[in-house]
Design a protein around this ligand. Structure first.
Ligand SMILES: [Zn+2]
Length: 331
């Protein structure tokens, strides 16, 4: 039972029965809170569901459950989305009432939470069917730095190359680094890349920091430990724990291209870490094009892949991923 003002007034509480939001002043019923209020209506409108709140039947909840509005994320459907929407509308309303603010309801945030919940709680859905998702690059929050890291390993000579690039929230180059040395395997090379990135961030004071890697093994090593490389993993963790605002997330390879080019070029240069305050010539055009910001591609993921990537913080999987099926048939 939701304690709306209409109900509270009816059971005898001395309370003004109308909506307290702005100049709304309409009687505050449950359908008013969730659908008709001027604080809520723009949210449903923004999703393109204008007919939604005209459902004023007393069986509105049952009616709503039967709706099947398209959701902008292929991992979830209406049934998974709806309870989160209702819950967030309620939270948003209470927060605004308490703090006297007028923050709008954030639809992307609801999709992200609903998707995370579904992918992380429903562990495995036994379907061989691949889900097409639209992948696009996500801008870091204001003030944040963004670090992309990458590494490669040559098993013939046991050598690795690692590279990384720091950019600010506008996507502009701050500093890059590259290094080559010996390792015992590719996972070690990827963890070394993280360590060098963290040391550079520390030396240059680049926090808050989002770190992106296309190596799922690195993230799993940090989350669960790695018996083979515990010493480097612990060194990374120590540096990460010194800063609250630091995240390590999975990015698809397409978003890691600059770091990848840096790492490829360094392979035979030097054991010492080399810093680049300007983009080196071989990535200059790539950096200046800001290609990744405009680049959208489609990837086919199984439900379990989606589940794993969501647990590694892959932003693409959690946000707007809807891909038009008629385009798909052409590819
Ligand atoms: Zn209202």
């Amino acid at each position: 039972m939701i304690p709306c003002r209409k109900y509270l007034a009816r059971i005898g509480l001395n309370i003004y029965p109308n909506c307290p939001i702005g100049k709304c002043k309409k009687e505050e019923s449950i359908t008013h809170i969730f659908f008709n209020c001027k604080a809520t209506k723009p949210f449903w409108d923004s999703l393109g569901w204008q007919n939604f709140y005209k459902a004023q039947d007393k069986h509105w909840l049952i009616q709503l459950k039967a709706f099947d509005y398209p959701i902008k994320n292929n991992f979830i459907n209406w049934i998974s989305f709806f309870p989160f929407a209702i819950w967030y509308i309620w939270l948003n309303r209470n927060n605004n009432n308490q703090k006297n603010t007028e923050n709008p309801i954030n639809g992307d945030h609801i999709i992200e939470r609903a998707t995370k919940f579904k992918l992380l709680t429903e562990k495995s859905i036994n379907t061989p069917q691949k889900i097409p998702i639209k992948i696009r690059w996500h801008k870091p929050p204001k003030r944040w730095f963004k670090l992309n890291i990458d590494a490669s390993f040559n098993s013939n000579n046991q050598k690795y190359g690692l590279g990384g690039v720091f950019r600010n929230a506008n996507g502009n180059w701050v500093v890059g680094f590259a290094k080559s040395s010996h390792a015992s395997g590719s996972i070690q090379a990827e963890i070394e890349a993280l360590l060098e990135g963290l040391k550079t961030a520390q030396a240059w004071g680049m926090f808050p920091l989002e770190i992106w890697t296309n190596s799922t093994e690195v993230i799993q090593s940090i989350q669960q430990g790695n018996r083979l490389y515990d010493d480097i993993v612990n060194e990374c963790k120590l540096l990460m724990h010194q800063h609250k605002e630091i995240t390590l997330q999975h990015a698809f390879r397409q978003w890691n291209n600059i770091a990848h080019q840096m790492e490829k070029k360094v392979a035979d240069i030097t054991k010492e870490k080399k810093l680049f305050v300007e983009p080196p010539s071989y990535v200059k055009s790539l950096v200046e094009s800001k290609l990744e910001e405009h680049y959208v591609f489609v990837k086919f993921l199984s439900y379990d892949d989606g589940n794993t990537l969501a647990s590694l913080g892959n932003q693409s999987v959690l946000s707007d991923t809807k891909y038009e099926s008629h385009v798909l048939n052409d590819t």
